[in-house]
Design a protein around this ligand. Sequence first.
Ligand SMILES: Nc1ncnc2c1ncn2[C@@H]1O[C@H](COP(=O)(O)OP(=O)(O)OP(=O)(O)O)[C@@H](O)[C@H]1O
Length: 359
Amino acid sequence: MFLKRLSLVNYKNFDAQTFELDPVINCLVGSNGVGKTNVLDAIYHLAFGKSYFNPVTTQNIRHGEDFFVVEGEFSKKERTEKILCSFKKGSKKIIKRNGKAYDKFAEHIGFLPLVIISPADRDLIIEGSDTRRKFVDGVISQSDKVYLDHLLRYNKVLTQRNSLLKYFAANRTFDQTTLGIYNEQLAELGTLIFKKRQEFLESFIPIFKAQYQKIAEKEEGVALAYQSKLLETGLDTLLEQAIDKDRALQYTSVGIHKDDLDFTINDYPIKKFGSQGQQKSFLIALKLAQFYFIKQQAKTTPILLLDDIFDKLDENRVASIVALVDHDNFGQLFISDTHADRTEKVVKSINQSYKIFNL
Ligand SMILES: Nc1ncnc2c1ncn2[C@@H]1O[C@H](COP(=O)(O)OP(=O)(O)OP(=O)(O)O)[C@@H](O)[C@H]1O
């Protein structure tokens, strides 16, 4: 699968621009702030219906305008697929595939497998558990619609249960029966999600470790582990045990919405004890593992977006990632960089077609 043409209207700093793309390698070069990352983000938007960098949709509209349109023409299994994502202030975002709007965005997830590697990935290490859960959920959801459905349903019941707890507190009342129904639904969906996360990490962790070793050229004792209270106790019991606490807090304090990933180096948190270089290698290994996992599951090669990759790796290491296109069916690659010569040198070193866009 590859993107043939990308058109942007009022997307971030672009008024109207069309890119005729190379099926293998595309390099976006130019000085700081010209919009290289914005182009990558527009492509991300087509795959996920949202920005990787700025979740506030109105802020993705070019200043002074009131709508944006991103359109991509993909070649997928010899067919042309036109994906359009548009948003007008005050309206709902629309995603269309070949002219037909999706009722639910979730139906689109996984249709265009894509992985982005960006300096913004550092949030995975420095931010709270929510970011890491989203990462895990994002990887699984790209190849498992049932998982995504369970997750959406779990979150809906969770919101309802939290509203009920607030209602109890506000009205000084308690209703075990209604709460019991929510507990049952949460326990059922939560256990399915927990098992899938566990199963996913079992196959993901070895891929991650192998990638880390390749990038860092040594093992360095890095580890990735699943952290969940469900590893010890069933969610039905946890919910029952937490009822007094939940009533006091007025929200659900246990469940798979509290799961996390532990990132460690020699058993210590990488956030506090990893060097800058080790943290960068860790993040790249995570993302390349995501790439290989999706490739394996979806049986198509994801599009790979490398944003400012030289920020994380030296030229030789970037060359080794770019060289992956030499191997069978790597798919399409987008690279953004401030140095045109550096990028061209790297992509020239492999025998593939490429285009350089000077922004
Ligand atoms: N909604 C918006 N409307 C207009 N311009 C915007 C909007 N959002 C972001 N920008 C502009 O986009 C530019 C940043 O673009 P981007 O992050 O793609 O730059 P870049 O070329 O990747 O730069 P760098 O090399 O520094 O990473 C900034 O000049 C910013 O002001």
